[in-house]
Design a protein around this ligand. Structure first.
Ligand code: CAA
Length: 551
């Protein structure tokens, strides 16, 4: 394995400047190259701001920062890369520009120099084919923000020299990164899985299934991911998302990746995310991360007050609900025996059905009372305007129709994923009134959870997005593109998830994931049915009771 002492980075945008910082932090000499003095200055600014922040946060001493900056030379002359042992390009994702850069490099660097591309979507095989020595070309794909996220996807081609791959991989490890070596395929591991999920999230927004704020809350709090999908796309850049999405769709031809009209229009209209000051959200300044209100920001509407709440049913969820509602300041009537007299709920503002579901009762007996029957009677018993809800997996539409309380009925789904907080999804029908929705939002907040309002479709938001995302990861494993460890490392360290998707399947339980995936596939989810078919490998793992990880 050769020794890498001096590294060149071409292109000093967000990614390039971040990559410069990673190398310099690792003690290497770095030459950063831009095309103009103005762009070089911008790159210097990004680097300076990032290292200054590290000093402010006490992560780096002023002395270390100054030493780091002394290791970096920024230039506008490609010739300055002549002494480099490795050059990473991070120029715009246009093949003609990449071709220009690599053929120029062929004439500048020494024979032993490794050439790497940070491309997120273009074919490394194609880039290598345009060079004099394809055996020294690999992908070295970093994740934004590069100084924070540990993943480096090392992309090999049929021509890559194994010693080059080993050197880049060992260097990544020495820099504190987590390299994952995989072959050349559209989107590699992390983006391939990420963009199916992001596309599904845009589809939900397009269909008016959920608001942008609630969509992000659902996945950040309800699924425990570091950012909501729309916030993340604004960070990545919508033009970049559009481009990567197109490349992946060109390979997969799956409905999951079918280009979104919304994304296309936003890019055409110049709404590129943080970098243009406006994407799905509006930002206080171009390039900043602080969101400011705009015309889509929800106004705090008049909130219907409710003081008395009834919980119907016995069991863990019912008891927890009673405790949390009482802590939230409500007077709670607990009807543990759902088959008893319902007259006690006549004067409450909200009734929540929370009987143990059939499968959940310890002795396998049926729940106290048939829910259809219960809602029919509630419809005849409760006062006008009393809101009816269930935490069980019944359809809000069916319960609204049975109770006759079409404006006042909704379903509630509780998610407690990572101890990050808790989301309660409120599934509404087309007839559920704004008053009912606001009343339920208020109650959920009073219980110390975050409300997410959406249409009552299979999987609501969290399960629909998360389970299809996990199923997609199992499908990738089944296709043999990457192993379980590679997939999990890529997603955990490239996207900052609390654990990899296959570890998540094991954590939730493969059987539970399969049940939810089957429900999504056969149900009324707003995602494309074809893309939701449970992976045959998921079925195998459930039948054989095999975990995906730790074997
Ligand atoms: N540069 C350097 N450091 C940064 C940074 C940046 N741009 N942004 C955040 N940080 C550092 C902070 O200084 C902080 O460090 P300390 O804890 O040591 O002080 C740490 O990261 C956490 O930052 P914050 O507390 O400000 O914010 P956070 O906890 O919300 O984390 C985040 C921010 C790291 C961005 C996190 O939300 C995250 O991991 N999000 C997921 C991002 C993601 O998925 N990226 C991949 C996109 S896909 C891609 O890049 C590939 C492609 O090809 C398009």
């Amino acid at each position: 394995m050769r020794e890498i002492k001096t590294v060149g980075v071409i292109g000093l945008g967000t990614m390039g400047a971040g990559i410069v910082e990673v190398f310099a932090r690792g003690g290497l000499q770095v030459v950063g190259v831009e095309t103009t003095e103005e762009l070089a200055e911008r790159g210097r600014g990004i680097l300076q701001a990032s290292v200054d922040r590290a000093v402010q946060r006490g992560r780096v001493s002023e002395q270390d920062r100054d030493a780091l900056l002394r290791r970096v030379r920024i230039s506008t002359t490609m010739q300055d890369l002549s002494g480099a042992d490795l050059v990473v390009e991070a120029v715009p994702e246009v093949m003609a520009i990449k071709d220009q850069v690599f053929s120029a490099l062929d004439g500048i660097v020494g024979e032993d120099c490794i050439l790497a591309s940070n491309t997120s979507s273009l074919s490394i095989t194609r880039i290598a084919a345009g060079t004099d020595h394809p055996e020294r070309v690999v992908g070295m794909h970093f994740f934004n923000p590069a100084p924070v996220l540990k993943l480096v996807e090392v992309i090999t081609t049929l021509r890559s020299d194994p010693e080059v791959v080993q050197t880049v991989s060992a260097l990544s490890t020495a820099l504190g990164k987590k390299p994952v070596v995989v072959g050349d395929r559209a989107g590699f591991v992390a983006n391939y899985l990420l963009f199916g999920y992001l596309n599904s999230a845009i589809r939900m927004l397009e269909q008016g299934h959920v608001s942008r704020e609630d969509l992000d809350t659902a996945m950040r709090v309800g699924a425990g991911l570091p950012m909501g999908p729309l916030t993340l796309m604004d960070l990545i850049g919508l033009d970049v998302c559009h481009h990567i999405g197109d490349v992946i769709y060109g390979h997969s031809r799956s409905q999951l990746h079918a280009p979104s009209a919304t994304l296309e229009q936003m890019v055409t209209a110049g709404r590129l995310g943080r970098k243009s000051g406006r994407g799905f959200y509006t930002y206080a300044r171009t390039g900043g991360s602080q969101v400011v209100p705009d015309e889509l920001t929800p106004q705090n509407g008049e909130q219907a007050g409710v003081e008395r709440v009834a919980v119907v049913g016995e069991g863990t969820i019912a008891r927890e609900l009673v405790g949390r509602l009482e802590d939230g300041g409500y007077a709670v009537t607990h009807l543990a025996d759902a088959s008893g007299d319902l007259s006690a709920v006549g004067s409450v503002g909200l009734v929540i059905e929370a009987q143990e579901e059939l499968d959940d009762t310890e002795d396998g007996s049926v729940a106290d009372r048939d829910v259809d029957d219960l809602f029919r009677e509630l419809g005849q018993t409760v006062a006008e305007g009393t809101v009816l809800a269930t935490v069980n997996t019944y359809s809000a539409v069916a319960l609204a129709a049975i109770s006759g309380r079409t404006e006042d009925t909704a379903v509630l789904r509780v998610h407690t994923p990572t101890g990050n907080g808790q989301v309660v999804e409120i599934g509404r029908t087309t007839a559920t009134s704004a008053r009912t929705v606001e009343l339920l939002r208020g109650v959920v907040r009073a219980m110390g959870a975050e409300p997410v309002v959406c249409r009552d479709r299979t999987g609501l938001v969290v399960d629909a997005l998360l389970i299809s995302h996990l199923n997609d990861a199992v499908r990738m494993l089944d296709e043999g593109y990457a192993g379980a460890e590679e997939i999990d490392t890529a997603i955990q360290h490239g996207l900052g998830y609390p654990m990899g998707p296959l570890a998540m399947v094991d954590h939730i339980g493969a059987d539970e994931v399969l049940v939810l995936a089957e429900e999504l596939h056969s149900g009324s989810s707003c995602l494309p049915r074809e893309a939701l078919a449970p992976s045959p490998l998921l079925v195998e793992h459930v039948l054989l009771d095999l975990p995906f990880t730790g074997r």
